[in-house]
Design a protein around this ligand. Sequence first.
Ligand code: IPD
Length: 264
Amino acid sequence: MTELEFLRLAEEIAREAGDMLLAKRPTMSGEIETKSSPTDVVTALDKASEELIRERILAARPADRILGEEGGEEPGESDVRWIVDPIDGTVNFLYGLPDWAVSIAVEVRGEIVAGVVNVAPRGEVFTAARGHGAWLGPQRLRCNTGVPLSQALVSTGFGYDKNRRAVQGEVVAQVLPRVRDIRRGGSCAVDLCSLAAGRVDAYYERGINHWDFAAAGLVATESGARLAGLNGRPVSPDYALCAAPGLFEELHDLLVPLNPERDA
Ligand code: IPD
C-alpha cells in the first residue's frame, strides 16, 4: 500500500472510533481504573476504542503488527506496525473537556509514513502522509515561523509520576518568564497538531509514549516543524521538543541545562 492508501484506511478507522466515543461517552465514561499511578486513568471506553481499532486494522491487514496504549504490542510478520492511542487526553475525556483525540500512525520499516489525529469533540481531523504535507480537513497546515523565544506560546505536558511532576514544575517555572506564555492542554497529540495549525508555537515534554506522538509528530513535521529529543537525539518517549527551526534551537538551549540526565 502507498502512504496515501495507509492514510485513508487509518482515517476511516480513526473516524469510526471517534464517532463511537462521542456517542457513548456520557453513559460509559464512569467506568474508571488507574494504571501507573492514582492519577493515570483508563476508562472502559479507552479499551473499547482500542478493541474497535485493532479489529478494523486486522480485518484489512491481518499480518500487521499493532502497538496500542491499552493492549501493548501485537506480534505479526509484516514490516508494517500501527501505533494506536485510542484516547489521547483521557483526563480531558473524563471531565468533558474537548481536547482529546483518537491517534493512529502507520510505521513502515521503522519510519512513520501516515498519521491521523481525530479530535472528535471539536470535529477536527488532522492528517499527514510522509512527503504530502499536513492537513486539517482540506486545509494545508504550516506551523508558525520566525517567532523568537520571548514571543513564543509554548505548550507542554506532565507525566503521571509525582516525582517527575515535581521536576516538570521546576522546569516550567524557569521557562515561563522567558516566553509569551505556557499552555497545558492535556493531550500531546492535540498539542502537536495545534502547533502544526499555528495555534501554539512550540511544544516540549519529558516522558511521553510512542502512541502519544507517533501520528501527531508526522503532522507537526509535515507542517514544517522540527521534532527531536535533546542534545541531537531523535524524538523518543524520553523527550520531545517541537518548533519551527530557529525557535527549536532557542528553546532547546534553554531546556538542556534544566533537564539533567536523570530519571525525571
Ligand atoms: C497523556 C497526554 C498528556 C501528556 C501525558 C500523556 P493519555 O496521554 O498526552 O498531554 O502530558 O504525558 O500520558 O494518558 O491521556 O493517553
